[in-house]
Design a protein around this ligand. Structure first.
Ligand SMILES: Cc1ncc(COP(=O)(O)O)c(C=O)c1O
Length: 464
């Protein structure tokens, strides 16, 4: 679809009926009447479709794939259950996420554990459960895992996380393949890590290697470069130790397209636009990466090897949205601006404030009307930065949002593609109970996936 005609509508998912936005056929305005605003809404069908489509694409490039959904992107239990039922495996990043994975029913061999700062207790829990791999983040951590494994009395399956110094065109805070980032071991340390891991074979089962170049990566090239770099190291180590790994983990980072229309996109800087509107085919990514490996794969290490992927955003990002109500309207005669004040601020999607992330805004109440006049839109928080534009006049966000001219107090608006890294990062800032979460089941039925918090929840853990 050309940029000019790209619409926010997605057939069978986001559509318009009787003037209202519908989500898998459920009327968004009715949902807010039942569950209130603000409201997170997710589509079970779209999650399952995303997993199925991704699997189909990458299995065309390599027959043995493990899709470990990055649960940090959204670890609501109903979402985890949906991922499990759709055949997804799981990546966790803390003892808490590991615990949730176990409760949700993920089996040990379905779980990968990442993290730069794991505690002994977290590592012990992972070893006891026998997960597929703890991804080792430093030479120190390798010894730590071996020590804990000996205490537990069970070998730990590990993979070594390599940071290959690869730049991507994503937001700097979302790039994790740089030596200046806090993650993983640098190429100069890999040989020592492999040697040491093999020496400690009583406690360590060296099962894999891991790279992750960052999130919302718009191009295949960084994956290919990182994979190629990793492969050179692996071939050298194979020659030296004759040790075959069971899996290679290419991380997450597949982007989604956040920019459905050009009217807004024109106001966003070119670099951000390229990143936010990326449409990267996963099969192309994997083929490009594997092509680099094949160039140096004299020992045919790829044979029998499983490729692990850790997609978060690609699976959940475009399956969820936030419904928010217009609570106040005001004009500024001096600037000619009309302001709409909603009940959804950056406390519900932290990346709005932190990265000035663009989420497309439409009217759910008047979805069929032309979205033309420009409005200044802002959230409810007592913080000047809680606005839907770039207060610092940078080019990350457009200055205005286009909405129907008739937009009024009480209307429901929808922030689209907020499925990833929003719900899990939400807070009660400013004494605002966290919203309810609704999951539209594949049957079309709307079900509650998380209760709306109450005022009592605001101090439930305070001790005074
Ligand atoms: C190690 C690791 N794997 C996977 C992911 C998921 O990334 P994304 O949601 O961009 O696919 C992340 C998030 O940044 C990560 O740090």
């Amino acid at each position: 679809m050309s940029e000019q005609t790209k619409s926010w509508q997605v057939q069978g998912y986001l559509e318009t009926r009787d003037g209202h936005l519908t989500i898998n056929g459920a009327d968004a305005v009715q949902l807010t009447e039942t569950y209130g605003t603000p409201l997170y809404v997710f589509s079970e069908k779209r999650i399952a479709d995303n997993i199925r489509n991704l699997r189909r694409a990458v299995e065309a490039a390599h027959p043995r794939i493990k899709l470990c959904y990055a649960s940090k992107a959204n670890s609501n239990m109903a979402i985890l259950k949906t991922v499990l039922e759709a055949g997804g495996d799981l990546e966790v990043n803390s003892g808490g996420e590991l615990h949730k994975a176990q409760v949700a029913g993920f089996r040990p061999e379905q779980i990968i554990f990442n993290g730069v700062s794991k505690t002994d207790d977290e590592i012990a829990a992972a070893i006891e459960y026998g997960i597929l791999a703890i991804n080792i983040d430093s030479l120190y951590e390798l010894d730590q895992v071996a020590r804990v494994a000996r205490n537990v009395g069970k070998r730990a399956n590990v993979a070594i996380r390599i940071v290959p110094e690869i730049v991507t065109r994503s937001h700097i805070a979302l790039q994790t393949g740089l030596l200046s980032s806090k993650f993983g071991l640098s190429p100069a340390q890999i040989e020592a890590a492999f040697t040491h891991a093999l020496e400690m074979s009583d406690a360590i089962n060296l099962a894999g290697a891991h790279i992750h170049v960052g999130s919302q990566t718009p191009d295949a090239q960084p994956y290919a470069l990182a994979f190629g770099e990793m492969w050179k190291i692996l071939v050298d180590l194979y020659k030296k130790y004759n040790h075959r790994l069971r899996h290679i983990n290419i991380g997450g980072g597949l982007p989604i397209d956040y920019l459905p229309t050009t009217a807004m996109a024109d106001q966003i800087g070119e670099r951000e636009r390229a990143m936010l509107s990326a449409q990267l085919d996963p099969e192309t990514v994997l083929r490009a990466a594997l092509a680099e490996a094949v160039k140096v794969d004299e020992a045919n290490l790829l044979a029998d090897l499983t490729i692990v992927m850790e997609p978060g955003r690609r699976i959940i990002g475009d399956t969820g949205l936030i419904l928010t109500r217009v609570c106040n309207i005001k004009t500024r005669p001096e600037t000619g601006d009309t302001w709409l004040l909603t009940d959804a601020g950056y406390s519900l999607a932290l990346s709005m404030g932190m990265y000035k992330w663009y989420y497309h805004l439409i009217s759910a109440s008047r979805a069929a009307e032309a979205h033309e006049p420009p409005f200044k839109v802002a959230g409810p928080l007592c913080d000047s930065g809680d606005v839907y534009f770039d207060l610092e006049k940078g080019s990350r966000l457009p200055n205005y949002r286009l909405l129907p001219a008739t937009t009024a107090v009480g209307d429901v608006l929808a922030l689209l593609n907020t499925g990833a890294y929003a719900l899990d990062q939400s807070s009660q800032y400013n004494g605002r109970p966290r919203p309810a979460v609704v999951l539209i089941k594949a049957s079309g039925e709307a079900t509650l996936a998380r209760l709306r918090e109450t005022y009592e929840d605001l101090y439930a853990y305070d001790v005074w």
